[in-house]
Design a protein around this ligand. Structure first.
Ligand code: SF4
Length: 391
């Protein structure tokens, strides 16, 4: 093993190298390797005492750890626990997931968002069950060949499940590292990420890499939180440069935020007392393969709003159909829904179509069966909030 550099960099808050005589003395007296080992030891000691009791931590099964990491990619731990338990009880191993239909996987995933994760899990399960004959890869590089598994997830699964010595660096860990080292660039910059990842490798515990990675994530989740880090409770405060110079509020350095792109969508919500008409989306764009109401254009939406008082005559097939329904203005909504880079503005025009209505492009789904049809969360919230779908 080569000589490791100390993680602690002597930088001031503007990123210029700063001569901190006390720190130089410490570094001179004790090697970087010693400091790194001390940091890892103190972190692991704290983790053993303070870690939360989370269901996936009771397992070394690569399947369970992989599923938990995919769920947690864009989901808070509190919300993820229920989904993890439901997912594993429905698909307890990679074979059962590989044998399930896409629709079954989506219905368990419903409400979690970022549905490409569910499609990738399913595709990957088929790959592992078929091509790999049920054997999971061990090395992080091999995990990265699995659909939906990037560098962070590969490192997390291979270190936790197989003890593979590789640092897992996600957003939480980047925040901790940027404060420990006073990283001068925003963590969104690849040069900063590279520097911090190499810092993470230098402090990684080779004896307990999986626990070390989880300890860093736990520190970011419980102590080194985004706003007002709890430095008084921090096991690695003596190693933290931002803390030492009283600049924790300055790190991580933020990059200017981009405004999200706005996208407007208009829908007719055909319903009656027994159920609602839905249509399955295709493979492109947002909400891939999920179910939605009848999408219409802005022009038709405006026309239908005006024509419900008899002010306008229908002029196309959709309008002829639409005016046959009974508009329910009390249930009309214009909703805003935020995705990562988009702000959706969704206008919903509900129509009570009575019993006997049919449409060759739409599927009638009863209120009893609707839970089996994965809906974007904004639509299921709408149906519940308006009490159309009484759960
Ligand atoms: S001392 Fe404070 S800023 Fe530094 S790592 Fe600990 S919690 Fe984060």
């Amino acid at each position: 093993m080569g000589h490791k550099k100390p993680l602690i960099l002597l930088l001031d808050c503007k990123g210029k190298r700063k001569v901190d005589k006390t720190q130089v003395l410490i570094v001179n007296k004790r090697s970087g390797e010693e400091l790194n080992e001390e940091l890892a030891r103190e972190l692991l000691y704290w983790y053993d005492e303070a870690k939360r009791d989370l269901p996936w931590r009771a397992s070394r099964d690569p399947y369970a750890i992989w599923v938990s990491e995919i769920i947690l990619q864009q989901t808070r731990v509190g919300q993820g626990i229920g989904y993890y338990i439901r997912f594993l009880s429905r698909f307890p191993n990679v074979k059962s997931l590989a044998e399930a239909s896409e629709q079954e996987v989506l219905s368990i995933w419903q409400g979690l968002g970022y549905y490409s994760r569910a499609f990738n899990l399913h595709r990957a399960a088929r790959m592992i069950a078929g091509e790999f004959r049920g054997h999971f890869p061990e090395a992080a590089n091999d995990w990265q060949k699995i659909p939906g598994v990037g560098a962070y997830t590969a490192a997390a699964v291979s270190s936790i499940a197989f003890g593979y010595p590789v640092a897992a660096v996600d957003g939480n860990v980047l925040r901790v590292l940027s404060r420990l080292t006073c990283e001068p660039e925003p963590v969104s910059e690849s040069s900063a990420r590279k520097r911090l990842s190499s810092g993470a490798e230098s402090i990684l515990s080779r004896e307990r890499p999986g626990d070390f990675n989880q300890a860093m994530m736990e520190l970011g989740a419980l102590v080194c939180v985004p706003k007002r880090p709890k430095c008084g409770d921090c096991p690695v405060a003596p190693h933290c440069h931002a803390y030492r110079i009283n600049q924790t509020h300055f790190y991580p350095v933020l990059s200017p935020k981009k405004a999200p792109t706005e996208l407007s969508l208009w829908y007719l919500v055909w319903f009656n007392r027994n159920g609602v008409f839905l249509r399955q989306r295709g493979n492109r764009s947002i909400w891939r393969q999920m179910w939605e109401f009848q999408a219409i254009g802005e022009h038709e939406y405006r026309f239908l709003q005006q024509s419900r008082n008899g002010a306008k005559q229908p002029s196309s097939e959709i309008m002829t159909v639409a005016v046959r329904g009974r508009p329910v203005p009390a249930l009309e909504r214009i909703l805003e829904h935020r995705l990562t880079h988009r702000l959706l503005r969704i206008s919903l025009l509900p129509m009570d179509c009575g019993v006997g209505f049919t449409d060759k492009f739409l599927t009638f789904v009863t209120w009893k069966d609707i839970k089996d049809y994965p809906l974007p969360v904004v639509f299921s919230k709408y149906l519940k909030e308006t009490e159309l779908w009484e759960v």
